[in-house]
Design a protein around this ligand. Structure first.
Ligand SMILES: Nc1nc2c(ncn2[C@@H]2O[C@H](COP(=O)(O)OP(=O)(O)OP(=O)(O)O)[C@@H](O)[C@H]2O)c(=O)[nH]1
Ligand SMILES: [Mg+2]
Length: 250
């Protein structure tokens, strides 16, 4: 009797998860700024058929990126002010889904991680991050002796964990997904490459449920990065100090 009651509860929990998952809508957002080489390589691996909608937010690409999206029937939302911060906010305004999944096709990110990001949100997490710095991960600098970018990233994550009580391994990676509701609650206003760090810190402040899983970062396929080390580092540091100062008033 007791066992069957338990299995009934289990069945109803499973069913309610299932019905939530079946009704939730997923928006896959591709972020680009002159990313033709990577995009050409990856476009057919992006699982557009397993999401509710897929669109690109593009900052003034002039290398054929936009034309390639159109050829593959992927809607392009043009961005007039530069920076990933701006791109994330445009994406959230445009998206119709309950989940926002951000993917950058420069070669660093493996499209096979997209279903994993969705899975964590299905399990009730507010945000899921593909981590380059946990057991089973690989980051671009793993084979180098001097790992300046990795150390800087890990240093900023350590600061976030100490000051905002977290257990994150990669607070900066842009390869992530979050619920639309979580995104709204974060009120992120950071510019450029500091946006992800601000999202992570604010999610910690609000005690959101954050999942991380190991990812394997590959080298950039072509083109050029616009994340220049020193200005990006300074911007991220500025965000840390600002978040420290403002507490939960955002
Ligand atoms: N929509 C949009 N996308 C951007 C913008 N700036 C960069 N991106 C895209 O964001 C992704 C990451 O940019 P990168 O310059 O490679 O930055 P990163 O991956 O942090 O830096 P690396 O480690 O050097 O590769 C790429 O897909 C870019 O095309 C922007 O202003 N708007
Ligand atoms: Mg990159």
């Amino acid at each position: 009797m007791r066992t069957s009651y338990r299995s009934l509860v289990y069945a109803s929990v499973t069913l309610s998860n299932l019905s939530t998952n079946m009704t939730r809508k997923t928006s896959l957002i591709i972020l680009t700024r002159n990313e033709i080489a990577g995009l050409r390589n990856l476009i057919s691996s992006i699982p557009t058929e397993s999401v509710s909608e897929c669109f690109a937010v593009d900052y003034q690409s002039h290398d054929g990126t936009v034309e390639l999206f159109r050829k593959h029937h992927i809607r392009v939302v043009p961005q007039t002010k530069p920076g990933r911060g701006e791109a994330f906010r445009i994406a959230a305004r445009e998206a119709r889904g309950d989940y926002l999944i951000f993917f950058s096709p420069d070669g660093n990110e493996d499209p096979r991680d997209i279903p994993k990001l969705i899975q964590y949100l299905d399990q009730g997490y507010d945000m899921a991050i593909a981590s380059r710095f946990m057991k089973g991960s690989k980051n671009e600098e793993d084979d180098q002796t001097i790992k300046l970018r990795a150390w800087a990233n890990q240093g900023f994550t350590l600061l976030a964990n100490i000051f905002f009580r977290g257990h994150l391994t990669d607070s900066i990676n842009g390869y992530r997904a979050l619920t639309r509701n979580a995104f709204k609650r974060l009120h992120v206003n950071a510019e450029g490459f500091a946006i992800e760090y601000q999202m992570s810190i604010r999610a910690l402040k609000l005690r959101m449920k954050i999942a991380e899983f190991p990812t394997r970062e590959s080298p950039r396929i072509g083109g050029a990065s616009t994340a220049y080390a020193i200005p990006t580092g300074l911007k991220v540091l500025g965000i840390f100090l600002n978040e420290l100062r403002m507490g939960n008033n955002f």
